[in-house]
Design a protein around this ligand. Structure first.
Ligand code: NAX
Ligand code: K
Length: 462
């Protein structure tokens, strides 16, 4: 079974809430499963050592399910400092039910000698930074109590340098990266589809603008597009800006450059040599590419033989690249992220795409064989790196209007500056579709691609 990180679990949790499975429901399932595991150990006197977050909340639920045993709950800190509403709600229920609850200010207030089982619910995946003071003393107390120790979700303090060494960890949904010792994975009612579908939680996995971020830290994007068409690269550039890129440069054939720079003063336009991307442009691009984090290439280029030859020379020069539209041709040295619709996928793979499960397998195999991340656009977008597959169902029929693919490519480029290719492509598919859904509500089929761009910031509010 795949191990996941604490941050991935946080993303799954947020996606569950987006789908309508509340954290409180997950906590109830977690606490009930935890109670079953504690009961199976045997013993009557249970000491629950609880922190002030949802890890403690799980143990409060378990206490309620173990009311036939002799349970004491030691809350480390004060009840009024319980940091989440779900944990607080379950604490209040125990208080109303007259459970044996203690608020601990000093480790000397706890004597574990009379108990059979000690439940470690101090910290789960929400632990941050070094553990010191009272919490540090509590971890030492647990480790030295000589009782059967059950850790909730993860050993408290895991990875901080001061952690509980339990006899067993009861972990929720999937094993967590970094766990040591025995563990049992218990289901808490998260359906596989809730992991498969992309949601707002995936935006949390994008790198954040650090507080110390300087201009350009959140991404320098180079859009290489335009020629016979001028709007497409401008749409990608504006979308990248709205999706949080700091600097966007558009390298476009001279003929298109003027129109593009009239589109918006927010982007830097670098005119190339002619009216089509051509071999003579390579030297200019050799100077531009290393000065950007991500290249987004293809939109509006046209399919001239020389243009495509130039593209095939440019791609190997790129580190992170999003390849879209006219650049998606057979025999192109594809790399990075490709964003085809079904027709373009057929062009680059020679494969027709049936519906359903088989479709996913074909795209997954192609991505694995080519070493690409494929974002296959469709009613359900399929995003895969050949190992992991995600699906995105945001978006609507109004988005068949021209330019929405250019917007998606721009968002993907902006996110690729902040996260790995798979995470960037998945989050971009979600945001693009969600922006389209926000517009659709107001404009129905009257939607145009620039409406989508305006809605990107709102679509990113998780
Ligand atoms: N995310 C989910 O889907 C679910 C999470 N659940 C539980 O929720 C846990 C995560 O809960 P939370 O994110 O609320 O956080 P935790 O309960 O893991 O711990 C964070 C709490 O400890 C405090 N804290 C953090 N670092 C500290 C430090 N270094 N020194 C002192 N205090 C510190 C925080 O202020 C907060 O009160 C999971 O491990 C799991 O047990 C479950 O309810 C099941 C569902
Ligand atoms: K724990």
């Amino acid at each position: 079974m795949r191990y996941i990180s604490a941050e991935e679990m946080g993303a799954i949790d947020a996606n569950c809430a987006y789908l309508g499975i509340s954290t409180l429901q997950l906590m109830e399932n977690a606490g009930a499963a935890l109670a079953n595991e504690i009961r199976a150990i045997g013993g009557r006197r249970i000491a629950i050592i609880a922190g002030r977050g949802n890890n403690g909340g799980d143990a409060f639920v378990a206490a309620r399910h173990l009311d036939d045993l002799d349970v004491t709950v030691f809350l480390i800190g004060r009840a009024r400092d319980i940091s989440t509403e779900e944990a607080r709600r379950n604490w209040d229920v125990l208080r109303r039910l007259e459970f044996d609850l203690r608020e601990i200010k000093d480790v000397s207030e706890i004597d574990l000698s009379g108990y059979d089982v000690v439940v470690d619910a101090l910290f789960g995946t929400g632990v941050r930074g070094p553990i010191k003071g009272l919490e540090g003393d509590i971890i030492d107390l647990i480790n030295s109590c000589g009782k059967h120790i059950v850790s909730v979700d993860v050993p408290s303090g895991m990875g901080t340098g001061k952690e509980v060494s339990p006899d067993i960890t009861v972990t929720f949904h999937r094993p967590k990266i970094g766990m040591r010792g025995d563990f049992r994975v218990v289901s808490i009612g998260i359906p596989r589809m809730a992991e498969f579908l992309v949601g707002p939680g995936d935006l949390k996995l994008l790198g954040r603008r650090g507080p110390e971020s300087h201009k350009g830290d959140s991404g320098r994007i180079l859009v290489i597009g335009g020629g016979p068409y001028t709007g497409a690269p401008a749409l990608s550039a504006m979308a990248a800006l709205r999706a949080g890129a700091d600097i966007v440069t558009v390298a476009a054939p001279k003929s298109a450059a003027d129109t593009i720079s009239s589109f918006s003063p927010n982007m830097i336009v670098r005119p190339l040599t002619s009216d089509r991307l051509c071999m003579a442009d390579i030297d200019i691009l050799k100077g531009l590419i290393p000065r950007h984090d991500v290249v987004v290439i293809g939109m509006g280029l046209g399919r001239d033989e020389e243009t495509l030859k130039a593209v095939s020379q440019i791609l190997p020069l790129c580190d992170r690249v999003v390849i879209d539209a006219d650049a998606l041709q057979p025999d192109m040295p594809l790399k990075g992220i490709v964003t085809p619709h079904a027709g373009e996928f057929r062009r680059i793979s020679g494969l027709d795409l049936p519906k359903g499960k088989e479709r996913i397998e074909i795209v997954k195999r192609f991505a694995r064989e080519m070493g690409l991340v494929v974002l296959l656009k469709g009613r359900m977008d399929i995003i895969t790196d050949g190992e992991i597959v995600r699906g995105n169902t945001t978006g609507n029929p109004g988005m068949t209007v021209g330019g929405t693919g250019d917007v998606l490519a721009g968002i993907t480029g902006a996110f690729y500056a902040r996260a790995d290719a798979l995470r960037a492509a998945a989050a971009a598919a979600f945001v693009n579709g969600r922006a389209g859904d926000l517009v659709y509500r107001e404009r129905d089929f009257g939607m145009v691609a620039t409406d989508l761009i305006d809605k990107i910031p709102e679509a990113m509010m998780v």
